[in-house]
Design a binder for this molecule. Structure first.
Ligand code: ZN
Ligand code: ZN
Length: 440
């Protein structure tokens, strides 16, 4: 009985590895075909035009009404059905059999509340708003992928779900897309971000923790105000807050594992307005980051303890809030199996030498919300052409997109999605059949 079981297990193991070793059948031929298609002027120029239109009319999180309308107009022209509205301005479109398996590809649509300082023909027409994170390019690339995939719809072995998501910049739009149930039967999700410091035609990513989890905190430290020359009649919240800030730095330097990177930064300190008055209270605030949910929750707990207890040493009271719903992003953790898959597909689209591993980054991405419930993979898409110019970092008022990167993003989206459906059929044909009745 035990031997039988073992033999069966070994067979299964061999079967699994046979499948795992199989290159996706569309990969080598169709992937380079997708890139060539995306570079054709009718696709490339169209993406550039869309990106520039969105760039001229930047909209903040959950206000992407014109952007969303533009997306729907283009989808209508392409004959691609979609759900709208999803999470206020979001659009979720479908290409393929409209049956399982489902694989999703995501683009974020929102701009930032900042003034563009780049002088060019298609500069932002809205004062105080700018696409300084490249989400205009992300939308154009996902539409590019839609166009390419639609032309190959008969070859798609399932359904590609295109997610045009609102409010990535601190609004948690990904969470709202999930709450709307728009991705309930999706087997995997892919997303990308343009990267100004990576060479054009390359991609970079890693398996496991990629971006940090991020949270914000704010604390009010209350004492008793009074004359600055008679401190014995007051309880000084400025001194208490100063001690709190120093103690907060000991969490990272003395309590956290040095090999588990974390950050606590107090970036806000408000209190007092006169040279000779001790104020009643001080407000401090900041951000904390970690690469695992455990470290993140530990940080959160210790920040609260240190603030309240250290304030009490100076006879002050403190209240701490973490503004959770709006500002907490989990760590972005790439699925290990999807990492191998991504390297294989990206290698066949771009060439194996154009696919690199990268160190984790302390920034954060709301793509992480998807990864909490769906196997997900996020990667960076290079834009830099040093022969032309060096590009500024995202969120700079001088940020620029190298539009030559658009075809690479579109082709990668299309290849990752189409091949993944092929891979699902290869890996588990029975499961695919059984799930026949699932609808999105
Ligand atoms: Zn951003
Ligand atoms: Zn961004």
């Amino acid at each position: 009985m035990m031997m039988m079981g073992l033999v069966k297990w070994v067979n299964l193991f061999i079967m699994f590895h046979l499948f795992a070793a199989t290159k996706p059948i569309m990969a080598s031929s169709d992937s380079s075909k997708f890139l060539n298609l995306a570079k054709e002027p009718r696709v490339f120029d169209w993406m550039v035009e869309i990106r520039r239109k969105i760039h001229e009319n930047p909209e903040l999180g959950y206000e992407e009404f014109k952007t969303s309308e533009l997306v729907r107009t283009e989808l209508d022209k392409l004959g691609i059905p979609y759900k709208y509205p999803v999470a206020i301005t979001g659009v979720v479109a479908f290409i393929g059999t409209k049956k399982p398996p489902f694989v999703a590809v995501r683009a974020d649509m929102d701009a930032l509340p900042m003034q563009e300082l780049v002088e060019w023909e298609h500069k932002s027409k809205v004062n105080g708003k700018m696409h300084a994170c490249g989400h205009d390019a992300h939308v154009a690339m996902l539409l590019g992928a839609a166009k390419i995939l639609k032309e190959h719809e008969k070859d798609i072995q399932g359904t590609v779900v295109l997610v045009f998501q609102p409010a990535e910049e601190g609004g948690g739009g990904a969470k709202e897309i999930l709450n709307a149930g728009a991705l309930d039967n999706v087997s995997a999700i892919f997303g990308l971000h343009v990267a100004p410091k990576l060479p054009i035609g390359t991609v970079a990513s890693r398996s496991g923790s990629f971006f940090a989890g991020s949270g914000f905190f704010e604390a009010v430290i209350s004492g008793k105000g009074g004359h600055a020359a008679i401190p014995q009649h007051s309880i000084d919240p400025i001194l208490a807050a100063s001690n709190v800030i120093v103690s907060l730095q000991h969490i990272i330097s003395r309590e956290a594992d040095p090999l588990d990177s974390q950050v606590v930064t107090v970036a806000k300190f408000q209190g007092g307005g006169a040279f000779n008055v001790i104020p009643d209270s001080v407000t401090i605030g900041g951000t904390f980051r970690a690469f695992s949910t455990e470290s993140f929750m530990q940080l959160r707990q210790r920040i609260e303890q240190v603030i309240t207890k250290q304030a009490s040493v100076q006879r002050c009271n403190a209240t701490v809030s973490f503004l959770d719903n709006k500002t907490f992003f989990p760590p972005t953790v790439n699925h290990a199996e999807l990492h191998d898959y991504f390297q294989s597909v990206a290698g066949s689209v771009l060439g194996d030498d154009k696919v690199t591993d990268i160190q984790p980054l302390m920034g954060s991405e709301d793509f992480s919300f998807y990864q909490q419930v769906i196997p997900g993979y996020f990667f960076l898409l290079g834009m830099e052409n040093p022969a032309v110019e060096h590009l500024e970092s995202p969120h700079s008022p001088h940020f620029k997109v190298n539009e030559d990167a658009l075809p690479y993003g579109a082709a990668l989206h299309a290849s990752l999605a189409a091949n993944y459906l092929v891979k699902i059929h290869q890996d588990s044909p029975v499961v695919v059949k059984e799930k026949h009745h699932d609808e999105l």
